[in-house]
Design a protein around this ligand. Structure first.
Ligand code: SAH
Ligand code: SF4
Length: 363
């Protein structure tokens, strides 16, 4: 399979074209066709010379994802299930906010971090997505919006779909460079958020990138004991490794960090944990925001969603201690829009179908 053209940053494409005997300025034209006019066939690039089109066609593809399922929710959320060239499936979600249209992208097929509450974590990682496959998710959503002819543009990106972005770091950075580039989609760095489970060494690297992209850390518990219980990554990067990485990021970038805290009934949702979290963040509260996430139940999983009262108490405790926070509003709950849920269901369905087929064949 030829690699996706979307995986190349503008500079990489310019260099590649020059290396292949084409003029450097062609990259501007090609990018214009890809990201402004959004064609899906090299032959549609009208002002590009034939030899350039031929060499691009020989070496790259534009479309590598195919749409398996598209579900539109009553609140305008659209959930896409895409098939990759190797048959794996991934999810992408478009959400509507008053400030714009935000797309949640997937970075890996499955995830090896294995958080006990997460549908994706249960499914292990098959492979990393290429930078092009991550960019193409945005392109597919944008092309779908283009078809509706309402002049709608994807304005925000959250890297919060399946996978751990910092476990696929180089492809993540290429993706961010492509979507952020003014010559392309031009999605502002401040409109992009990357969420990590806390791979501390990569947090240092990310701080050093010198980009204005927002960082969210899935903290989920204020003590090592509790955090290890629900996120086994905490063994490798416990709070005493994580907090200095956060301090480094804050010092280096002076940008606010979002702490994601999934509320699991009777596990981490007591007032005690709210106080412990406030203690943990107290010295950086001016640059902290806690996003309280009501848990979306996952099949065969022991956790339950916290009671409304517990959520409110947790929120008030943090606010009283001067920690800014909010409760995440839900999108598309009627269409399995939570992290990895549509994909898990589809995989279950496939398994059941295969089993039925085998039984029928007497295997
Ligand atoms: N791997 C990264 C990014 C993808 S997960 C990370 O963990 O940060 C994005 C967010 O969705 C995380 O904060 C994660 O904890 C949350 N999440 C996972 N499963 C969930 C569920 N069942 N209900 C609600 N949020 C969930
Ligand atoms: Fe992976 Fe994030 Fe799910 Fe944890 S919450 S298993 S890191 S995708």
């Amino acid at each position: 399979m030829k690699p996706s053209i979307y995986g190349l940053t503008f500079e990489q494409l310019s260099d590649w074209l020059v290396d292949h005997g084409e003029k450097k300025f062609r990259s501007k034209q090609v990018w214009d066709w890809l990201y402004q006019k959004r064609v899906t066939d090299f032959d549609d690039m009208k002002n590009v010379n034939q030899s350039c089109i031929d060499v691009l066609k020989e070496n790259f593809t534009i479309e590598t994802l195919s749409e398996e399922i598209k579900q539109e929710s009553e609140d305008g959320t659209i959930k896409y299930l895409f098939k990759l060239h190797d048959g794996n499936v991934i999810e992408t979600v478009l959400m509507r906010f008053n400030y714009g249209l935000s797309v949640c992208v997937t970075t890996q097929v499955g995830c090896n971090i294995g958080c006990s509450f997460c549908a994706s974590g249960v499914l292990r990682k098959h492979r990393d997505l290429s930078g092009g496959e991550i960019v193409e998710q945005i392109m597919k959503v944008q092309q779908h919006l283009d078809e509706k002819e309402k002049d709608e543009r994807v304005s925000h990106i959250v890297v919060m779909g399946i996978g751990e972005p910092f476990d696929n770091y180089d492809n993540l950075i290429d993706f961010l460079k492509v979507v952020n580039d003014k010559k392309g989609l031009s999605i502002g760095a401040r409109h992009i958020t990357v969420s990590t489970s806390g791979i501390a060494p990569k947090m240092y690297e990310f701080a050093d990138e010198g980009i204005q992209i927002n960082l969210a850390l899935s903290i989920h518990a204020p003590t090592n004991e509790l955090r290890t219980q629900i996120m086994k990554i905490n063994r490798a990067y416990p709070l005493e490794k994580l907090m200095p990485a956060i301090d480094y990021y804050l010092e280096k970038t002076n940008r606010r960090i979002t702490f994601e805290y999934i509320l699991l009934k009777d596990v981490n949702d007591h007032v005690k944990e709210a106080h412990q979290l406030a203690d943990l963040l107290m010295d950086k509260k001016h640059l902290s925001y806690v996003n309280l996430i009501p848990y979306n139940p996952v099949a065969d999983n022991p956790y339950e969603r916290s009671e409304k009262e517990a959520i409110l108490k947790f929120y008030e405790t943090l606010m009283d201690r001067g920690i800014k926070c909010g409760v995440r509003t839900e999108h598309g709950t009627d269409i399995d829009a939570a992290c990895g849920q549509l994909r898990s269901k589809q995989i279950e369905k496939e398994k059941a179908r295969k089993k039925a087929k085998q039984e029928k064949a007497g295997v």
